[in-house]
Design a binder for this molecule. Structure first.
Ligand SMILES: Cc1cc2nc3c(=O)[nH]c(=O)nc-3n(C[C@H](O)[C@H](O)[C@H](O)COP(=O)(O)O)c2cc1C
Length: 212
């Protein structure tokens, strides 16, 4: 079994999402020491650009046309990142809320891996995800409180990330939220962190027990 751990916060051990995701990982590894863990730090590990050539490669696939040599080269880099993603069984994400959405490095990552013929396809019934039988645990850190009706509509972080995972076929998604990490003060943030770590540990034990 392979676990891909993707971090989208630059704050290392100051990061709430990373501390909760780390707790999940430690608890999961304690039950499943055989798991292979691959880490991808989106702020430290360089990611291929997705510019004109890569976009041309994507449109060539969608239109069934031959890509230019430049597009082929650009798309080869994209495929490497997709291969790493598609080879995992379990995904662990640490995702801060930035300006009500996900940090740009994670959007870049999704723009690289969400590709026709690799992670989704188009059928007569519409779009279909190609990554079947996988599980994801996204940890969302939020400075404010988006659990109440007055603010829920501002949250374009959790709904978007869950949607794009589902779009690639990943249906077994177990989201964890930590917050408010800022708006209610340090004491509340500390309590919320403890609660989220306990929830992450319980989820890890449950998932580790249920996986082959
Ligand atoms: C660039 C930036 C933008 C942010 N935008 C928001 C926001 O729109 N809403 C919010 O509730 N918190 C926002 N925050 C606060 C973070 O969501 C909060 O500090 C969270 O704990 C960050 O995740 P991390 O601790 O895993 O790094 C922002 C923080 C940064 C650095």
């Amino acid at each position: 079994m392979k676990l891909l751990y993707i971090t989208a916060s630059p704050r290392d051990q100051h990061s709430y999402s990373i501390r909760v995701a780390d707790a999940f990982l430690a608890a999961f590894q304690a039950k499943r020491p055989d798991v292979t863990v691959v880490k991808r730090d989106l702020f430290l590990d360089p990611l291929v650009p997705f510019g004109a050539d890569a976009a041309a490669g994507k449109y060539a696939i969608m239109h069934g046309t031959t890509a230019s040599p430049e597009a082929e080269v650009a798309f080869a880099g994209v495929k490497k990142v997709i291969d790493e993603f598609a080879s995992a069984d379990l995904y662990l994400f640490a995702i801060p809320m930035w300006n009500f959405g996900i940090p740009y490095v994670l959007k870049h990552y999704f723009d690289v891996i969400v590709q026709p013929g690799f992670t989704f396809t188009v059928t007569e019934q519409g779009y279909a995800g190609l990554l079947q039988g996988k599980t994801a645990v996204p940890v969302f850190a939020q400075g404010g409180d988006y659990s109440i009706p007055e603010t829920a509509g501002y949250d374009h972080q959790k709904p978007y990330a869950e949607m794009i995972l589902g779009y690639m076929g990943i249906q077994d998604v177990h989201s964890l939220v930590v917050g408010p990490t800022l708006a209610a003060g340090r004491e509340v943030a500390g309590e919320k962190l403890k609660e989220a770590i306990a929830a992450a540990q319980a989820l890890a034990a449950k998932l580790a027990a249920g996986t082959p």
